[in-house]
Ligand binder design. Structure first.
Ligand code: GLN
Length: 553
């Protein structure tokens, strides 16, 4: 787990803070609305960052089950965080750090450690002011060096866990100048049976917020459609905001269109006015419009990609989905992801895989569904189907090769079969002694050296890449020579650690696996090379000869 910095912040720096809370129910996509607003501010020339507050007691998201919470997102400093941070990184095209995710576990742990160290000697340590002070410190430190910081409070107003945070925000508002702070509240506007947009849930939620001492400046209504003017007026009247401070957030097919929607309603302009930064914004004609061009371009063709995993939940593989989408934006094709349940390879899931143009086996933990993944890899290898294996997918590609090409019966990863006669994937030596599960894997950005003349070199356009990791196991050095003699090429290494595997062009059109997770660095405006290569292989471009425009990877 990354260590926490404790720097002195200067409250006079004049940064702007946009707080985003949610009402009525969770899952309204307030993060996407916030990130979209941030994107527009960035297009207008401002440096924007974000903080995600997760009011749970876990110190970080690393120990959480993807089925309940969606994927664990990994930052470059190795922070294991909520997937919302991935959205902020993608929308704002920034690299965040572990301290941009504030959790109750982290805050309490820090305050209690300070108490044990004697830092509060003589005093009673309390939620107010010690926890609330620590929350405010974290927000200010994370905002450092930026013009605008968006702070999203997870959960909904009224949750017991969220109370200390809302209290901290209330204090925060008193400590900063009025035009440096903006409160945005996102709520649900449902339809009644007779087709009327209902504002009562919004009214109640704002009432709750006000009882804690917070008055929203902006209200965003999540609704299947845009809010009618009557609805906006009613919300404005009951919630004590001007009508022009009420915005819609209607359903859209593609989350990358939300910034366009936000812009259409003028939320970004309103935010700039209220924060008194409109004069510093770039004139409309000079604003960055690459995002708009990319997400509105006319695509030519479709690619079906089979994603072979154990969770029937898009959020569990969110960054992989997004990375495929980004590659599609770069290659101008629509990517349809077909979920293939690796536990059901004997039924229609296998048919679905066979109908797809490419196969991706993503990361994972635990034995469930791994035989199906191995089967999928074999199918892709033997049938020249473009294949990308990520982390566990990379490891299973080694297992498959060992079993079916090297004839090592029962070869496996020591993680998944402790008694395997051939542990071709084994625990990292530095992990032997580690017993704690939280924050102890090989995490975050590490550099990989790439061999010249390989597929990996063509994809990354250079001799190295720096990608993010999250693993405890690796290729067992004892099997490397045998695997290479049998045709597997380890084209990327970090010391004697195998990072990238591939098959030679004579053996396969596109077969690549990475011990790292390239999906975490993929952005709509900067697609990840292994994903781009996968699509190129499908649409008939020679991925082995490809060079990406971006050599910065
Ligand atoms: N379970 C494997 C390991 O720990 C792979 C991890 C992953 O896919 N993120 O090495």
């Amino acid at each position: 787990m990354p260590t926490e910095p404790e720097t002195d912040y200067d409250p006079e720096l004049g940064r702007k803070f946009i707080f985003v809370t949610g009402g009525v129910m969770s899952g309204l996509g307030k993060g996407i609305t916030a990130a979209s607003t941030g994107r527009l501010l960035k297009n207008a020339g401002f440096d924007v960052t974000a903080v995600k507050i997760d009011p749970y007691l876990n110190v970080d998201a690393g120990t959480m089950n993807p089925f309940q919470h969606g994927e664990v997102y990994v930052l470059k400093d190795g922070g294991e965080v909520d997937l919302d941070l991935g959205n902020y990184e993608r929308f704002l095209d920034i690299d965040m750090t572990f301290d941009h995710n504030v959790t109750t576990g982290k805050t309490y742990q820090h305050v209690i450690e300070k108490e044990r160290a004697g830092d509060y000697l003589g005093r009673t340590v309390q939620i107010i002011p010690h926890i609330t002070d620590d929350i405010k410190r974290r927000i200010r430190e994370a905002a450092e060096g930026n013009d605008v910081c968006i702070i999203e409070v997870g959960g909904t107003v009224g949750d017991i866990e969220g109370m200390p945070y809302l209290e901290a925000l209330r204090q925060f508002a008193h400590e900063e100048d009025e035009d440096d702070i903006l409160f945005t509240h996102v709520t649900l506007v449902p339809y009644s049976k007779n087709g009327e947009q209902k504002t009562k849930p919004t009214q109640h939620s704002v009432k709750e917020l006000r009882s804690i001492g917070l008055q929203p400046d902006i209200l965003v209504g999540r609704c299947s459609d845009k809010l009618d003017i009557d609805t906006k007026e009613k919300i404005a009247l009951f919630c004590d905001v001007p009508t022009e401070a009420v915005f819609s957030n209607p359903d859209v097919d593609d989350i990358y269109h939300v910034p366009l929607m936000v812009e259409e309603e003028g939320l970004d302009e309103y935010v700039m006015e209220r924060l008194d930064i409109a004069d510093e914004a770039l004139p409309e004609a000079e604003r960055e419009n690459r995002w708009r061009d990319l997400v509105t371009q006319q695509t030519e063709g479709e690619v079906d990609v089979a994603l072979v995993g154990k969770y029937d939940l898009e959020d569990a593989y969110m960054s992989v989905h997004e990375a495929l989408k980004h590659a599609g934006l770069e290659k101008n094709v629509d990517v349809n992801v077909q979920w293939v349940n690796s536990e059901k390879m004997s039924d229609h899931h296998a048919d679905r895989m066979r109908e797809a143009d490419a196969v991706v086996v993503p990361g994972g933990f635990g034995a469930r569904g791994t035989e199906g993944k191995i089967e999928a890899i074999r199918y892709a290898r033997e049938n020249d189907v473009p294949f990308l294996g990520l982390c566990l997918g990379f490891q299973m590609a080694v297992v498959e090769y060992a079993r079916n090409v090297l004839d090592l019966a029962g070869a496996h990863s020591a993680e998944l079969d402790a008694d395997t006669p051939h542990p071709v994937i084994d625990i990292l030596p530095e992990q032997y002694e580690i017993e704690d599960m939280g924050g102890t894997m090989r995490l975050g950005a590490h550099e990989t050296d790439i061999d010249a003349g390989t597929l990996a070199a063509a994809l990354y356009g250079g001799e190295s890449c720096t990608e993010r990791h999250r693993h405890r196991y690796e290729v067992n050095p004892e099997y490397i020579d045998d695997l290479e003699d049998a045709g597997m090429v380890f084209s990327g290494r970090a010391g004697n650690r195998m990072e990238i595997l591939e098959l030679a062009p004579d053996d396969h059109p596109y077969f690549i696996g990475t011990q790292f997770h390239p999906e975490f660095r993929s952005r709509p405006t900067r697609a990840s090379p292994p994903f781009v290569g996968l699509l190129e292989a499908v649409i008939g471009e020679d991925a082995h000869a490809a060079t990406t425009e971006e050599v910065s990877h």
